[in-house]
Write a protein that binds this ligand. Structure first.
Ligand SMILES: Cc1cc2nc3c(=O)[nH]c(=O)nc-3n(C[C@H](O)[C@H](O)[C@H](O)COP(=O)(O)O)c2cc1C
Length: 315
């Protein structure tokens, strides 16, 4: 069955979102939001705060393995931090070579490294050589910074550095999130670089996945925004559910999300902000949620929000 990973998504796929989505099912792995490594060495406690799954055997509450993602450009400091993350409980480390954020790129992190395959190699190999053998190291990249002239060099650097697999978001940094994602590059990379490849970018439906399979045969896929718009997408792609996902089912998910947040003492402000943020994305797939979003726009009290959710469901 297709190996499916929940994409790291800073500001969206945080601890609570990873719990709710992995509980719905279909995921074999989730990845933390990137943890930025600059000049400091995060303490063990900081790692566990940033990635709470580390205190739970590096798994979500429903038992799905959680990989820790690091972003940085200083190979030695990243290796030191990776070792602390391992002491804190990490079993698998992923390296981010794709973040397009200017603040990150200014410090040569994320996608900026795609212009420097030799530095990518140094980072991957330094970390690989310092990690205990049982800790898995993977990497995630975009196709390039401005163009695809160094795509294969970067993929080779990641393979030669010792990463076990490579996730490719099939766009350059300059393309940001503009469609289309260039899926043809998965097959090109697979032909040139012998490393297990995880395909990522614009897989929004089971039909998209079937289209992807006509272009390449990836070793797995990674789903990001598609899952936020349809939390059942991984289950659908695996063929584990076939029923239509209507607004009632989504409201039930939102209710579970609110309850989970309350159980985790996340605070009213957090819960209402995150719920609104999620509804904002969900309304792209479910237009009636625009109305729901409007109804809770100015509401921060959780019990009131729950009442609105219940009455929306009943309507
Ligand atoms: C809001 C947001 C935050 C993201 N944060 C990260 C991140 O922390 N680390 C990372 O490697 N990629 C990050 N990404 C990129 C996604 O992991 C993924 O590669 C991208 O969204 C394409 O996949 P999709 O079309 O399935 O969404 C982020 C994307 C979005 C939209």
């Amino acid at each position: 069955m297709t190996y499916i990973i929940l994409a790291p998504m800073q500001g969206y796929a945080d601890f609570t979102m990873r719990q709710i989505l992995s509980k719905i099912g279909g995921f074999d792995e989730v990845v933390s939001e990137f943890v930025r490594i600059t000049h400091t060495r995060h303490s063990l406690k900081t790692w566990q705060k940033k990635v709470p799954e580390l205190k739970m055997g590096a798994k979500t509450l429903s038992g799905v393995p959680c990989t820790v993602q690091l972003l940085g450009s200083d190979a030695d400091n990243m290796a030191e931090n990776a070792l602390v993350a391992v002491l804190a409980g990490a079993q698998k480390i992923d390296l981010n070579f794709g973040c397009p954020a200017p603040v990150v790129n200014r410090h040569s992190g994320g996608a900026a490294l795609l212009d420097k395959p030799e530095l990518i190699y140094r980072i991957v190999s330094t970390i690989k050589n310092r990690l205990p053998e049982n800790i898995v190291l993977t990497a995630k990249m975009r196709l390039g910074l401005r163009d695809t002239s160094k795509t294969i060099d970067c993929a080779n650097a990641i393979k030669d550095g010792g990463a076990m697999s490579l996730t490719v978001h099939a766009r350059t940094k300059d393309e940001q999130y503009n469609p289309p994602a260039h899926w043809e590059w998965f097959a090109i990379i697979q032909a040139a670089v012998k490393i297990p490849l995880i395909a990522n970018g614009d897989i929004f439906s089971p039909d998209d996945y079937q289209r992807l399979l006509k272009i390449c045969t990836p070793d797995g896929i990674m789903l990001g925004r598609g899952v936020l718009r349809n939390p059942f997408l991984a289950l659908q792609i695996k063929g584990l559910i076939t029923d239509t996902i209507d607004t009632t089912k989504i409201i039930a998910v939102l209710n579970r999300f609110v309850i989970l947040c309350q159980e985790m003492n996340m605070g009213e402000q957090y819960v209402s902000a995150r719920l609104k943020q999620w509804l904002n994305l969900l309304q792209q797939s479910y237009p009636p949620f625009a109305l729901l979003l409007n109804q809770i726009k100015k509401e921060n009290n959780i019990e009131n929000i729950k009442r609105v959710l219940a009455s929306f469901q009943a309507a």
